[in-house]
Design a protein around this ligand. Structure first.
Ligand code: HEC
Length: 124
């Protein structure tokens, strides 16, 4: 694949999976910037808030309220290390794993991006 075709494929993919995922990827690539405490909530803050609610409803029973682990592995502080590229983590949540349901049918792409964002930036 040429570089141009690859770039076009990446753009199509980002449009396809939604703006929320694109924001998430941007932060993965560039690292979260320093934000003053009184700044208005950013798109990432809103994403993390939405993800917090989805996490409590869909993930906490297995991964623990604070992501400390339980029936499923610990996520707090580990996912950024295990999945430097957020798309790999998104693929697991969408497609499921051994002992973990796939969420592609029950959550939208934006919801998956939000909950993945929460586990990366909202748990510690
Ligand atoms: C029924 C229990 C269960 C639920 C609900 C569940 N998971 Fe999991 N999850 C697991 C198990 C078990 C594994 C380990 C799978 C393996 O070892 O292959 C796992 C693995 C993962 C991993 C990979 C962790 C790593 O370090 O490799 C991520 C990320 C993850 N889950 C996120 C989520 C998110 C986000 C949700 C909610 C949308 C969720 N899980 C809901 C049981 C669950």
């Amino acid at each position: 694949m040429t570089a141009l075709a690859r770039a076009a494929a990446v753009v199509r993919w980002i449009v396809g999976v939604g703006a929320a995922t694109a924001v998430l990827l941007l932060f993965t690539l560039e690292g979260a910037p320093d934000v003053p405490a009184d700044a208005a909530p950013t798109e990432v803050d809103l994403l993390v808030d939405e993800g917090r609610a989805i996490y409590a409803q869909r993930c906490a029973t297995c991964h623990g309220d604070a992501g400390q682990g339980g029936q499923g592995p610990r996520l707090a502080g580990t996912v950024i290390v295990n999945y430097p590229d957020a798309t790999d983590q998104i693929a697991i949540v969408a497609g499921g794993a051994d002992g973990m349901p796939a969420f592609a049918e029950t959550l939208s792409d934006d919801e998956i991006a939000a909950v993945v964002g929460f586990t990366r930036f909202g748990l510690s």
